[in-house]
Design a protein around this ligand. Structure first.
Ligand SMILES: C[S@@+](CC[C@H](N)C(=O)[O-])C[C@H]1O[C@@H](n2cnc3c(N)ncnc32)[C@H](O)[C@@H]1O
Length: 264
C-alpha cells in the first residue's frame, strides 16, 4: 500500500459505530465513512437520503470523536421512496433521539432535496453523499442540482454503484462520471463510489485515491473485511433479539406439553 496512506495511522477507522440498523445496506461502509471524515476534514457535509441514519450516524460520530469544526446536514422527507419503501414516523423519531447529542453541529432537514437547495449556500460543501432514489434520472438530477454547492475541495459519494436490479441507474451515472474525475469504487456493500470532483482536494484524500488505485484489490479487500465484520455484528444482534422475542412462545409451548403429560 502507498506509504502516504497508512490505515494504521487512522483513529476514526477503528471507532465502534454507535448507529446501526438491520434494514440499512450501508453498515459495511461505516469504517470508510469515518476514515474519510478524518482524511478530508470537511467543513460541511451534506447527505441526500438518510433513512435510519446509518451513514449519517457515521459522519456525525467521526466529527464528534475527532472534535472537528464541521457542519453536518441530513436531508430526507423521512417518508421513504420507491426503492427504500414507504415508512412511518418511527424512523424519524428514532433518529431524532439518537441525533440529540450532535445538535451543536448537525441539522436534520426534513424536506425534499430540491427544497433543501435553498438552505445550503453555493460553494460551501466539502463532502456530499447522494443516496436518495436510485433511478438514473433521479441520481443525475441530484448530482446536477447539488454540484454548484461543492467547494474546490469537494468529494461526492454515491451508494449502490454496483446494483443493476430494480431499475437502479447509479452504475450508469458512475460510469459517466468516473471517466471525468479522480475516483475509487468500493464493490462490497452494493458499491460505494468516491468521486473527487474538486480541483484542490485535501492532500490526504488525494493520497488515498492514489493509493487505492495503485492497489485496488487490496484496498477493496481491507474495507470489505472491516465492513463485513460490522454487518455480521448487526445480523448477530438482530438474530439474538428475534430469538428473545420468540422465547416466551417456546416456553408457553413447553408448559402446555408438560401440562398435557401431567393430564391438566
Ligand atoms: C436508500 S435510503 C438512504 C439510506 C441511508 N443513507 C442509510 O445509511 O441507510 C433513501 C432515502 O432517501 C429519501 N429520499 C429519496 N428521494 C428523496 C427526495 N427527493 N427528497 C428527500 N428525500 C428523499 C427516502 O425518504 C429514503 O429515506
Amino acid at each position: 500500500m502507498n506509504e502516504d496512506f497508512n490505515p494504521l495511522n487512522s483513529r476514526a477507522l477503528w471507532l465502534t459505530p454507535e448507529r446501526l440498523h438491520i434494514e440499512s445496506t450501508w453498515s459495511e461502509h461505516v469504517p470508510f465513512a469515518m476514515l474519510l471524515v478524518e482524511l478530508h476534514r470537511p467543513r460541511a457535509i451534506v447527505e441526500l437520503g438518510t433513512h435510519w441514519g446509518i451513514s449519517y450516524g457515521a459522519w456525525c460520530q467521526a466529527v464528534a470523536a475527532l472534535k472537528l469544526d464541521t457542519r453536518c446536514y441530513a436531508v430526507d422527507t423521512w417518508a421513504g421512496d420507491e426503492h427504500a419503501g414507504k415508512y412511518d414516523d418511527t424512523v424519524y423519531k428514532s433518529l431524532q433521539q439518537h441525533h440529540h447529542k450532535y445538535e451543536s453541529f448537525s441539522k436534520l432537514l426534513r424536506m425534499t432535496f430540491d427544497q433543501a437547495l435553498a438552505q445550503i449556500p453555493d460553494h460551501s460543501v466539502d463532502l456530499l453523499h447522494i443516496d436518495g432514489l436510485h433511478y438514473y434520472e433521479a441520481v443525475k438530477h441530484d448530482f446536477d442540482t447539488w454540484l454548484p454547492k461543492m467547494t474546490d475541495r469537494g468529494v461526492i459519494l454515491f451508494h449502490d454503484t454496483v446494483v443493476t436490479a430494480r431499475g437502479f441507474g447509479v452504475h450508469t451515472l458512475w460510469a459517466e462520471l468516473s471517466a471525468k474525475y479522480p475516483n475509487f469504487n468500493f464493490e462490497h456493500g452494493y458499491g460505494l463510489g468516491v468521486l473527487g470532483i474538486g480541483s484542490n482536494l485535501p492532500a490526504p484524500t488525494a493520497q488515498f485515491l492514489v493509493a487505492a488505485n495503485r492497489q485496488p484489490q487490496i484496498m477493496r479487500q481491507l474495507f470489505a473485511a472491516l465492513g463485513g465484520r460490522i454487518r455480521q455484528g448487526v445480523e448477530r444482534e438482530h438474530d439474538a433479539r428475534q430469538a428473545q422475542v420468540k422465547r416466551p412462545l417456546w416456553h408457553r409451548g413447553l408448559r402446555k406439553i408438560k401440562n398435557t403429560i401431567k393430564g391438566r
